[in-house]
Design a protein around this ligand. Structure first.
Ligand SMILES: [Zn+2]
Length: 240
């Protein structure tokens, strides 16, 4: 679903795709309850719905890894792009650990920020979000962008069960979160992942590769960041 809000066209993986990728990435995570897994997946949909996250002509959902300035927005300030949003929400998640609040509250706030952050990492795994181009070019390519991600019959969102069933897991080692993000965008922008109407027949394999990367990068990120999840207070047996 694409949403038009406050004159901003909303670009991005279909909302269901974010939910599905996040849930898939959390499949074998054992630090969260089922309810919390659902929460984090829900939060990963939100940046496409919240005005603050959309801001400058949606630039915050794009990242061009091949240019010195990876942002395309009118601000052209090198901070209004998907990587800066990803890092910002990760930092906010870490800030929540310092809240003067009970553990439940801290867990929820932390989970919200992590859910927002992982959204942007997933955006870096879809080719229309990593290709070069200014706003006019992005608008021009929008119908294809939407078709690739959610077009009836041809879009990623219509194949989620199949993509999950055919998923190839891959460990993605990284030394910094910036690197995890940048390498994901570099993977996505490769020639073999270029989305054109001319190669419509190859869309299913491109969608599979990008879905796989989205899940694998999300899992690498979530496994790392959830180490910091505020823990339930331990029961101490004072009588032992
Ligand atoms: Zn997005």
């Amino acid at each position: 679903m694409k949403i038009i809000s406050n004159n901003n066209l909303n670009f991005g993986w279909d909302l269901r795709t974010h939910l599905h990728i996040t849930e898939h990435a959390l499949d074998d995570n054992d630090t969260l309850s089922r309810k919390e897994k659902r929460m984090i997946a829900r939060f990963s949909q939100m940046p496409d719905l919240i005005e603050k996250e959309i801001e400058d002509v949606n630039a915050a959902h794009f990242y061009d890894p091949l240019h010195e300035d990876p942002s395309y927005g009118t601000k052209n300030d090198d901070v209004n792009n998907a990587m800066s949003k990803f890092l910002y929400h990760t930092e906010e998640a870490m800030n929540k650990l310092k809240l003067d609040a009970d553990t439940d509250k801290k867990r929820e706030e932390f989970i919200r920020e992590v859910g927002y952050a992982v959204h942007y990492l997933q955006d870096a795994s879809t080719p229309p979000h990593t290709e070069a181009g200014n706003y006019a070019q992005k608008l021009f390519r929008l119908p294809m962008h939407i078709n690739f991600e959610c077009g009836l019959g041809v879009g990623t969102s219509w194949k989620l069960d199949k993509l999950k069933a055919n998923h190839t897991p891959e460990e993605l080692p990284f030394s910094t979160l910036k690197m995890l993000f940048h390498n994901t965008a570099l993977f996505t922008v490769q020639e073999e992942n270029k989305v054109k109407y001319k190669n419509l027949g190859r869309w299913p394999e491109i969608q599979q590769r990008c879905y796989d990367r989205g899940v694998n990068a999300s899992k690498a990120y979530l496994d790392y960041i959830l180490q910091y999840l505020p823990q339930e207070p331990k029961q101490i047996d004072y009588m032992a």
